[in-house]
Design a protein around this ligand. Structure first.
Ligand code: BG6
Ligand code: MG
Length: 216
């Protein structure tokens, strides 16, 4: 019996994934690396610090801890300028109605995000009150694909892990949810989330099928 839905934030609730990519691309040029969209797929859902380590690894670039800390600040400052004007018009299609539908059916809702900016973004989107719990990158030690973020979200909802499903756009997030024993609805334009139980372009398109498969 499904009693909770845990949403990833970036790329699921709002399209901030593109701004993360733009700001990582800029950091990558500082180490003479051309960050392609294929590389970027491997950064989705992954924490800021782990993302930088992956980029430095691909670029074969060594940096001291102090230099890395500066790059992380630079990345976040650029990212924050890109999302400065983010507002409720930037909520992805279907999200608001979907949240209303499941909440009125008694389903609990949470956000499970690797982002340390998650609360800030949810406030900008005026969505913070639509969730019973919000777990962000400041509240966990391990990054996705580790299940910690989703396990904590289920705990805060007061639910068993298997009573929750996860909505995710990233391979790392899908693996994290599966490791927590949760079913996954993958949001993807390209159909590349192989381990998800069901994939859709957005929550509008397959709403009926989704409810049938996950809530019955
Ligand atoms: C995830 C994004 O939600 O959060 C990643 O998919 C991002 O791309 C990560 O790197 C950390 O975000 P932030 O806002 O803490 O830099
Ligand atoms: Mg995401």
């Amino acid at each position: 019996m499904i009693r909770g839905v845990i949403f990833d934030l970036d790329g699921v609730i709002t399209d901030t994934a593109v701004y993360h990519y733009q700001s990582w691309r800029r950091i990558a040029t500082e180490v003479n690396f051309d960050l392609t969209e294929e590389h970027n797929e491997q950064l989705k859902g992954v924490s800021r610090a782990e993302s930088l380590d992956r980029i430095l690894g691909w670029a074969n670039a060594l940096r001291t801890e102090e230099e890395k800390a500066k790059l992380l600040v630079q990345k976040n400052e650029h990212y924050l300028t890109l999302i400065e004007s983010l507002n409720d018009k930037d909520i992805l299609p279907g999200i608001v109605a979907f949240l209303e539908n499941i909440r009125s059916a008694g389903i609990k809702t949470a956000v499970g995000s690797s982002s340390k900016n998650a609360h800030f973004i949810l406030n900008k989107l005026r969505l913070i009150d639509s969730f019973d719990a919000v777990v962000d990158g400041n509240m966990v030690k391990q990054t996705k694909p580790d299940p910690e973020v989703f396990i904590l979200a289920a705990q805060l909802l007061g639910l068993q892990q298997q009573e929750c499903i996860v909505v995710e756009d990233a391979e790392a997030g899908v693996l994290a949810a599966k490791a927590a024993g949760m079913k996954v609805l993958g949001i993807t334009a390209h159909g590349q989330l192989h381990q998800a139980d069901l994939c859709t372009h957005n929550l509008l398109e397959k709403d009926a099928q989704f409810i049938q498969q996950f809530f019955s």
